[in-house]
Design a protein around this ligand. Structure first.
Ligand code: PLP
Length: 414
């Protein structure tokens, strides 16, 4: 239990010192201003060392060896499951399938849970603000079965139209899917309210927590959803790590999606029987070093305290938003009252990619493009946006650097 008060100020300089990459320079000595955290977060030394230590001292496969190294590797991997399960409020580590990230988690639900349940005329309800990882897997299984994907609309300020979402629930909906926090708009969706409505209609709800777990305290049971997906590299952990939490009774009903070693009870040529969840869904050799690192990332985040992280990032959001409003012709896309520290913007007369390239030359790393959210770009009728996304280790001075670089770029492009 983390008892750090949200009000206790963070020692940002000391925190930053734990992220070697933040000390880098780019383009001939410009200090790096890393504002692409929604894409992937930087890694603290403890995570880097955990991965390094695994390969130096403990490298062995999991669950296959009785020797000391094998037991240690298995302990690390299963220990990471325990740490992650507790971090997101799971009732038990057995409810947590370790995956390569959110994309693997949504695909697992699509093939193992959804596909066997879909019939012609059925519907998967998603929203206009989703990442492609929370749209395309549903489309692929719908195409095979005659079902279809529909999307709840949003308001112009980037808030979900909650009434419309709830109005679209019904017996034909076999799964509802929503992002907890939008990677483009920053909007924090009212997941508990949506989950309660879904429950009333008997519709299971999957939540994409990719942008929430790194930035907010998350308790999957308190949210009341049925599936919760997250990805490790956005929470200061290694790439190729993540998880799918699901209610135990749902996991128990799901057949395997991938077959291979480690997920079976007995294999005969005529047929096989399968292990209980979560092993049933974890065929093959997992990213053991990655999960050793992810467990350290969780300990690191918990050491700071998720409430303090959320509060710090709200301060940064307020400060950076106010500063960006000083840029003539700059339009922020996504101004929901309840949002995370993600600021998508466009500047009149400048293409997002040109802008991002000029910012990069000043050392400021932002993402430009469609952010894997084509339907959202279509909704706003824009081809691309620039996106500055903050983490707790960013500073007000970095928001100032963004502003300076933007003013310079704007003068060049005008
Ligand atoms: N969902 C959201 C909201 C995201 O921002 C991302 C990554 O950008 C994903 C899903 C996919 O995550 P991954 O590529 O780690 O599977």
């Amino acid at each position: 239990m983390n008892v750090v008060l949200a009000e206790t100020p963070l020692d940002i300089a000391a925190l930053r010192a734990q992220f070697p990459l933040l000390a880098r320079t780019v383009h001939g000595g410009k200090p790096l201003v890393y504002l692409d955290n929604a894409n992937t977060a930087q890694k603290p030394v403890c995570v880097i060392e955990a991965v390094d230590r695994f390969y130096r001292e403990r490298n062995a496969n999991v669950s296959r060896a009785v020797h000391a190294l094998g037991e240690e590797a298995t302990g690390l991997y299963e220990g990471a499951r325990d740490v992650l399960a507790r971090f997101i409020g799971a009732g038990s580590a057995r409810e947590l399938v370790l995956t390569s990230g959110t994309t693997m988690a949504t695909n697992l639900v699509a093939y193992s849970y959804l596909l066997p349940r879909l019939a012609p005329g059925d519907v998967v309800l998603t929203t206009v603000m989703e990442h492609h990882a929370n749209i395309v897997p549903w489309q692929i299984v719908c195409q095979r079965t005659g079902a279809r994907v529909v999307a709840a609309p949003i308001h112009a300020n980037g808030e979900l139209d909650v009434a419309a979402f709830i109005g679209m629930l019904g017996p034909q909906v076999k799964l509802a899917c929503v992002t907890h926090v939008s990677n483009v708009l920053g909007t924090i969706n009212p997941v508990a309210e949506l989950a309660a409505a879904c429950r009333k209609h008997g519709v299971p709800l999957l939540v994409d927590g990719s942008q929430a777990v790194p930035h907010l305290p998350v308790d999957v049971r308190a949210l009341g959803c049925d599936f919760y997906a997250f990805t490790g590299h956005k929470m200061c952990g290694p790439t190729g790590t993540g998880g799918l939490w699901a209610r135990r009774e749902i996991l128990a009903q799901m057949p395997p999606f991938f077959g291979g070693g480690e997920m079976i009870r007995e294999v005969r040529i005529e047929g096989s029987t399968f292990a209980d969840p979560p092993a049933r869904f974890e065929a093959g050799t997992p990213n053991i070093a990655g999960f050793a690192g992810l467990a350290e990332a969780v300990r690191f985040l918990e050491g700071i305290g998720m409430a303090r992280i959320a509060a710090r990032e709200q301060d940064l959001l307020r400060y950076a938003t106010a500063r960006l409003r000083e840029v003539p012709g700059l339009r922020i896309i996504g101004e929901a009252p309840h949002k995370a520290a993600v600021i998508s913007f466009m500047v009149e007369g400048a293409h997002a990619h040109d802008l991002a390239t000029l910012l990069d030359l000043e050392g400021v790393a932002v993402r430009s493009g469609h952010h894997c959210a084509h339907p959202l770009m279509r909704y706003y009728d824009v081809p691309a946006t620039c996106r500055a996304s903050f983490a707790f280790y960013n500073t007000e001075a970095e928001a100032d650097a963004l502003l300076d670089a933007l003013l310079k770029a704007r003068a060049l492009l005008a």
